[in-house]
Write a protein that binds this ligand. Structure first.
Ligand code: CA
Length: 708
């Protein structure tokens, strides 16, 4: 009897252990499986640890891509930006949408297996500089990991979507967010965070994949209180980092340096690479009295994944002052340079230089501008430092610079085709007027960049607007990292670009803002196929094979930083629900046409405000521009000029001060604006609304009813 009981207990324990390992064996991914590169699958954010986003699949190729059609699609419940790369593991497709929701589909049929909503509070949208987006999940040993916008890291059962554990990775009293995809290395889930425009201290954390326990943390800026953190970064910070910071500005904000996107891993060298973001405030004068490199801002960090121990760093933009992050996509590859095989790391960060580094040592091998830039003339190969243009730091006078804070390249994933030896960069060309914010003071929780956004309000003159628009564009650049030049460039009409996929079929896939998904020849850029997605694309596609058929999966849905804060340079289109679209050769599925909502109309007859229009203009560009666009020109978030709330002082105040629309992401601004300021803002937006009603063709005048 006793033996029987023991056997039953052992069996129960074994069953529990099996469940703990992932509910019946779904998605039993581990490091060797990711490293082996599973040709038919897409097991990690960048497909493999080297993040090349190049699939060995070639069933879809240059000779037959014209027959590519829709296999299946799914429409989501959110019309905010869609940035995720779908993962495909064991026949199941895992993706995320805006608001950090997770979905699992049968990858062949599109049948929904489960979905998970972390129920992020709408008001958290206030802290998201760049839309309430999410770039995807990690999968490991039967579990699916997602970073939620509110800073939670959540483990789900891959078979059922049931929550296994959840940990808060951030201080909830600070404006931290998570939009990036976790990676898993040796049973540790790696996750960073965002929030550097508002004022946070950046770091990268490793959590035990089984339990959610914090294993190590690496801070990218010194502890403002001057004490060690008892963290993995302590040694590097005391030996290299701390002495590069000056003054008091960074102490109030935490200095920035968020690790919000790029990671890669070399299993042979056992080194993890992570990209570090910009400083808070942006303005180096305001952050560090204009002195010091401010390590490890805008740097590539090489760390030991087991401990977070520092190996090396390379800082792309010392004393960063322009929002020039180095969080952009990191690709590891083997290149032949000067006849020598080299293990390299490649990055095209916001500052416009394409860097090739030795990934074992961090040695700079080359740095060349991949778009025309003005802030620097080159990189000194002896010191590894940029040669800055006089005046670029806007200390004595305003300065118009390329790239803009959007970057010459943002989060949109690149891809590397090892056969062609080309990196395909979704690049952006646009200028920005950097102006010292003379009256800068840290406002906890608000936009804290120390540059004056008033200068970037659009002129009233339509001809001037048209001239600026003519300069602004997107590109898909096929960059040869050995020759350090573009082999070919595909021009896009809109700057806010989309992620890229490369395949052994000799194809490069990329979506576009205007609502198109296209395949280009990897060798010469010739467009071989295109499909009207009806809605803008910013995400990168992935590809996989099931039962001998190759599929290409793409998240469709416009949004992100570009859509929020530069609507005048983007397609005039209302927000539409996101869709997952999956293609295969001979696919015949049809996605219905979107119902295009009618732009709301507003009758301003007899409406007036006693507010101060000029002060409203200033308040608007200090507080509202980043989400609603310059000159109240927002097309992506609800168009304030068409809002019924504009008709009365009380209704306006109910949103701005009382937070009536907080559940939709429009939090109360009562921390930053009083009732009088709110009325000044209404006076300004009314004046812009009157201009629009006189000239109804102005772009951005169209805006759908808010959804989610
Ligand atoms: Ca930034």
């Amino acid at each position: 009897m006793k033996t029987l009981k023991l056997a039953a207990a052992l069996a129960a324990a074994a069953l529990l252990a099996a469940c703990g390992q992932g509910g019946g064996g779904a998605a039993n991914v581990d490091g060797s499986r990711i490293a082996a590169g599973a040709p038919g699958e897409w097991l990690s954010y960048g497909r493999t640890y080297d993040e090349q986003r190049h699939s060995p699949l070639d069933k879809i190729n240059a000779s037959n891509v014209g027959q590519l059609g829709l296999a299946w699609f799914y429409e989501f419940d959110t019309d905010r930006g869609q940035e995720a790369t779908p993962l495909m593991v064991d026949g199941v497709l895992y993706t995320t949408t805006a608001w950090s929701k997770v979905y699992a589909f049968d990858a062949k049929t599109g049948a929904l297996k489960w979905s998970y909503d972390p129920k992020v509070e709408g008001a958290k949208g206030f802290d998201a500089c760049c839309d309430v987006v999410n770039r995807g999940v990690a999968v490991w040993k039967g579990r699916v990991y997602v970073g939620a916008l509110d800073g939670r890291l959540i483990a789900l059962d891959a078979a059922t979507g049931r929550e296994v554990w959840s940990v808060q990775t951030t201080d909830t009293s600070r404006p931290y967010t998570i939009t990036g995809a976790p990676r898993v290395i040796k049973d540790k889930v790696l996750i960073g965070n965002g929030g550097a425009e508002y004022g946070v201290r950046g770091y990268l954390s490793a959590y035990d994949a089984a339990t959610g326990k914090l294993v190590w943390r690496f801070y990218t800026t010194p502890n403002p209180n001057g004490q060690p953190d008892n963290a993995a970064s302590d040694k590097a910070m005391s030996e290299k980092g701390a002495a590069t910071w000056f003054g008091e500005g960074w102490k109030a904000t935490g200095g920035g340096g968020t690790v919000w996107d790029a990671m890669a891993y070399d299993p042979e060298l056992d080194i993890l690479y992570a990209g570090v973001g910009n400083g808070t405030p942006w303005n180096h004068q305001k952050r560090s009295d204009g002195k010091g490199d401010n390590l490890f801002l805008s740097s590539i960090l090489a760390l030991k994944p087991d401990t977070g121990e520092y190996v090396w760093h390379y800082q792309t933009t010392p004393g960063e002052s322009w929002d020039y992050t180095a969080t952009q996509h990191i690709i590891l590859a083997d290149l032949t340079l000067d006849g020598q095989p080299r293990k390299v790391l490649m990055q095209a960060p916001k500052n416009g230089f394409f860097y090739v580094l030795d990934r074992a040592t961090g040695q700079l091998l080359s740095a060349k501008p991949y778009v025309p830039i003005t802030w620097a003339t080159g990189v000194d190969m002896a010191t590894g430092r940029p040669i800055e243009t006089p005046g670029a730091r806007y200390t004595d006078a305003p300065s118009l610079q390329v790239p803009a804070p959007f970057g010459a390249h943002n989060w949109h994933p690149m891809a590397f085709n090892p056969t062609e030896g080309l990196v395909y960069i979704p690049a952006q060309v646009l200028p920005f007027g950097y102006v010292d914010d003379a009256g800068y003071q840290h406002r906890p929780g608000a936009w804290n960049v120390g540059t004056d956004f008033l200068a970037n309000a659009l002129p009233d003159d339509q001809a001037q607007i048209a001239a600026v628009k003519a300069m602004v564009k997107g590109q898909l650049i096929a960059w040869d990292p050995v020759a350090q030049q573009a082999r070919f460039t595909i021009e896009h009409p809109f700057f806010w670009n989309a992620g890229v996929l490369s395949t052994a079929g000799g194809l490069v896939f990329q979506g576009a803002a205007q609502g198109e998904f296209a395949a280009y020849s990897a060798a010469d850029g010739k467009k071989l196929w295109s499909y009207p997605t009806q809605n803008g694309v910013i995400a990168a596609p992935s590809t996989y094979e099931i039962d001998g058929e190759q599929y290409v999966a793409l998240m469709v849905g416009y949004g992100g930083a570009g859509a929020l804060s530069a609507p005048a340079f983007l397609p005039d289109r209302p927000r539409l629900p996101g869709r997952l679209m999956v293609f295969k050769l001979g696919g015949t599925a049809q996605a219905p046409a979107y119902e295009i909502p009618e732009p709301p109309t507003i009758d301003l007859t007899g409406v007036s405000s006693r507010g101060d229009l000029r002060r409203g203009f200033e308040l608007y560009h200090q507080n509202c521009q980043v989400c609603h666009g310059p000159n109240a020109g927002g097309a992506f978030l609800p168009d304030l000029k068409r809002s019924q709330m504009l008709l009365g002082e009380e209704s306006w105040k109910s949103v701005l001060i009382d937070g009536a629309l907080a559940p939709r992401g429009m939090a109360s601004f009562s921390r930053f604006i009083d009732a009088r300021g709110a009325e000044d803002l209404r006076a300004y937006v009314l004046s812009e609304a009157r201009k629009t009603s006189r000239a109804p063709t102005v772009e951005g005048a169209r805006g759908p009813a808010p959804k989610t």
